[in-house]
Design a binder for this molecule. Structure first.
Ligand SMILES: Cc1ncc(COP(=O)(O)O)c(C=O)c1O
Length: 358
């Protein structure tokens, strides 16, 4: 019989947002923090126009890194691209943690972190949160001699909360030099809070912090799987040693370059997201669903006090042809996470929400 590594058997598989309702041809999908506006037409055209299918893509993603570097004002030598930022999070865990090591993440933190830690053989350690928000002191208190990595998302998924730049700096300063701090900035483009930073200044302080971004959210390219990381060249060199050499496909590189160069689309996405984040928050609040203030492209709210309140509300919305995200696997069984969709989808969700209230 085949023998599986024991740490793999302990992993709870990642559960993606649902995309089907039986009997409903085209459900409204607000379950995966995607972009309700689609993507840049320049990006989809670049993808469709791609021709060199017989050639391996550029393994160094040089042109894409140069384009990201120019738009984000970052040194391309300090960038790495991945098949989604998920892939970068995974290779970070493989590179810096292993058997006997501990990897800290926050109580309602993104579930890819414990999966990545466990697949690397390390032990995930949960740091409590305060008001559904990353608690710097709790992370620092969770550190032991065995800690190798701290993962946290800013803003976090599924809570939507963030901590200001000053707190991220305090976190870095409170961690030993030999602990890698991973600032997952997947939702950075959605943030409107003025005391926020995606973490670039903290990366620039030394050789032990990495920040990740994605094309899946405000760029609307979730299907293509494209993300990037920014860190000291020493970290980038280590990650490149274990990164699958052709991890980003040729058509995806072409689309990514076109997308990053089309900041008009990103601006439109941000404006749409901000408008609906405010409207959705106000309505959830008015109806008594205690939404948590969000800086992402989604809002988490509480749908009752019963232990299965989230599930019941999920089923109600599904009966109306709308898919939102149940988050009991994030230890939030009374809450749901609702992603921002198109105008029409959001109007339909608000109608269903008012009906649910009744
Ligand atoms: C906090 C966080 N990090 C990373 C990711 C992964 O994004 P990608 O599509 O780039 O793999 C997500 C996706 O939902 C996320 O919520």
């Amino acid at each position: 019989m085949l023998k599986t590594k024991k740490e793999i058997l302990n992993i709870a598989p990642y559960t993606p947002g649902k995309s089907k309702i039986s009997g409903v041809a085209k459900p409204i999908k607000l379950s995966s923090n995607e972009n309700g506006l689609g993507c840049s037409s320049k990006a989809s055209a670049a993808y469709k126009d791609f021709e060199n299918f017989n050639r391996y893509p550029d393994a160094t993603a040089a042109e894409l890194r140069a384009a990201i570097g120019k738009v984000y004002n970052l040194d391309p030598e300090k960038l790495i691209c991945g098949a989604g930022s998920d892939e970068i999070l995974e290779i970070i865990a493989y590179a810096y943690a292993g058997e006997g090591d501990e990897v800290i993440y926050t109580k309602h933190g993104f579930l890819v972190y414990p999966i990545a830690a466990q697949s690397a053989g390390a032990t995930p350690v949960i740091a409590p949160e305060k008001n559904y928000t990353t608690d710097v002191d709790a992370i620092i208190a969770a550190v032991t001699k065995k800690t190798r990595i701290v993962f946290f998302a800013n803003p976090n998924n599924p809570t939507g909360t963030y901590i200001p730049k000053s707190e991220v700096l305090r976190l870095r300063k409170g961690l030993r030099e030999d602990i890698l701090l991973v600032i997952d900035a997947a939702y950075a483009e959605c943030v409107t809070a003025t005391d926020y930073s995606d973490g670039r200044e903290i990366v620039d302080l030394g050789e032990n912090t990495i920040m990740t971004h994605t094309f899946s959210k405000m760029y609307g390219l979730a299907a293509l799987r494209l993300g990037w990381g920014y860190a000291h060249p020493k970290i980038i060199d280590i990650l490149n040693r274990i990164r699958p050499p052709f991890n980003v496909t040729g058509p995806t590189l072409a689309a990514g370059i076109a997308a990053v160069n089309d900041q008009d689309f990103v601006k439109k996405s941000i404006a749409h997201n901000t408008k609906w984040r405010e409207k959705l928050f106000a309505e959830l609040d008015k109806l008594g669903f205690t939404p948590v203030p969000s800086q992402g492209n989604f809002i988490m709210a509480k749908f009752g006090d019963a232990a299965d309140a989230g599930k019941k509300a999920f089923e109600f919305f599904a009966s109306k042809g709308i898919l939102v995200r149940e988050i009991s696997n994030y230890q939030l069984p009374q809450h749901l996470r609702i992603s921002i969709g198109s105008d029409d989808e959001m109007e339909k969700f608000l109608t269903a929400l008012r009906e649910f209230k009744k």
